[in-house]
Write a protein that binds this ligand. Structure first.
Ligand code: SAM
Ligand code: DTB
Ligand code: SF4
Length: 335
């Protein structure tokens, strides 16, 4: 039943970039119902709550990564049994993009297990971007650290989004990754923004971080000069062979709270319920969508790990009355 009062979009909310640790902690500590009510109101003020943006991932270069991210199946530092692959051919990538489009994705994200691309790698990725764009899909790439020149080349190639996660709080970062710093990550994000690309930046819950680390990660994102247009929140998929293989499950209600906090701090960003849905029940995901998540990855594989079967996602959409969103999912610019 259509309820116009419920679906009307109230006034635009002012965006803030000066959140203090104490303010964020107060919101995060609200009773569950109060936190979810507040987040859902913010969500409804900016978005159609029944529409979910759909992206699809393709690993265009798999494994043998020189970085030591403790969660990652693709790091060369750990034996995860993953088959490494060289950079895929243009045809292989375009075939995957067409399949993603047929399945209902509006954005195609190409991931490479590099510390950062060499210039000749970028030439090939740029051909992929041209080809995927020509299909009428939005494009996203996640290739590791970039120089400002590389970011500009990607922008000139027509790339829409660059994904580069901060993953966790600045304080906890060194416990998870030692081959680069939090500041290296922020520097690439500045290059991406300065080049005029849209920013996709989020993190992971379940690395062994504290409640406060989760709040700090989101505070860092919200206090960037501009909020990322897209914020992926991943639930750790514990990968055998990585140092985090035995990490215990995250309390689902704590994960939902993290989504709600992200929605409140970044009201106009599209929030993606990213890795880890395979381990979530429909009820868990439903709460995430209520708390403000409005994007997800469709397709049986993420980069290398399992994602829910597309039929199961279609059934989930039916159960929840959700529909795929055409386009980027971003609300129109504030007046
Ligand atoms: N190498 C590039 C980089 O690090 O930016 C791009 C690919 S990397 C796999 C993209 C993101 O995937 C990471 O930043 C992390 O947030 C997420 N990720 C990787 N392994 C994961 C896991 N086991 N569980 C959840 N998220 C994971
Ligand atoms: C993001 O935040 N999550 C995606 C995407 N951005 C690149 C990747 C998830 C990877 C999960 C582990 C794997 O598939 O290898
Ligand atoms: Fe390499 Fe990215 Fe995996 Fe880190 S997260 S090991 S940089 S592929």
């Amino acid at each position: 039943m259509e309820n116009s009062a419920l679906n009307a979009r109230p006034r635009q909310l002012a965006l803030r970039h000066d959140w203090t640790t104490a303010e964020v902690a107060t919101i995060f500590a609200l009773p569950f119902n109060d936190l979810l009510y507040r987040a859902h109101r913010v969500h409804r003020a900016q978005f159609d709550p029944n529409r979910v943006q759909i992206s699809s991932l393709k690993s265009v270069k798999t494994g043998a990564c020189p970085e030591d991210c403790k969660y990652c199946p693709q790091s060369a530092h750990y034996d995860t049994g993953l088959e490494k692959e060289k950079l895929l051919s243009l045809d292989e990538v375009l075939e995957a993009a067409q399949a993603a489009q047929r399945a209902g994705a509006s954005r195609f994200c190409m991931g490479a297990a590099w510390r950062g691309p060499r210039d000749r790698d970028l030439d090939e990725v740029i051909e992929m971007i041209h080809g995927v764009k020509a299909l009428g899909l939005e494009t996203c790439a996640t290739l590791g650290l970039l120089t400002s020149t590389q970011a500009k080349r990607l922008k000139d190639a027509g790339l829409d989004y660059y994904n580069h996660n901060i993953d966790t709080s600045e304080r906890f970062y060194g416990a998870i990754i030692t081959t680069r710093t939090f500041e290296d990550r922020l520097e690439t994000l500045r290059h991406v923004r300065a080049a005029g690309l849209k920013v996709c930046c989020g993190g992971i819950v379940g690395l062994g971080e504290s409640h406060e680390d989760r709040a700090e990660m989101l505070r860092t994102l919200a206090n960037l000069d501009e909020h990322p247009e897209s914020v992926p929140i991943n639930l750790l998929i514990p990968i055998p062979g990585t140092p985090l293989e035995a990490n215990g499950p995250v309390d689902p209600l704590e994960f939902v709270r993290t989504i709600a906090l992200a929605r409140i701090l970044m009201p106009r960003s599209v929030l993606r319920l990213s890795a880890g849905r395979e381990a979530m029940s429909d009820e868990f995901q439903a709460l995430c969508f209520f708390a403000g998540a409005n994007s997800m990855f469709l397709g049986e594989t993420l980069l290398t790990a399992k994602n829910p079967e597309p039929e199961d996602d279609r059934a989930l959409f039916q159960r929840l009355g959700l529909e795929p969103l055409e386009g980027s999912g971003e609300p129109p610019p504030a007046p």
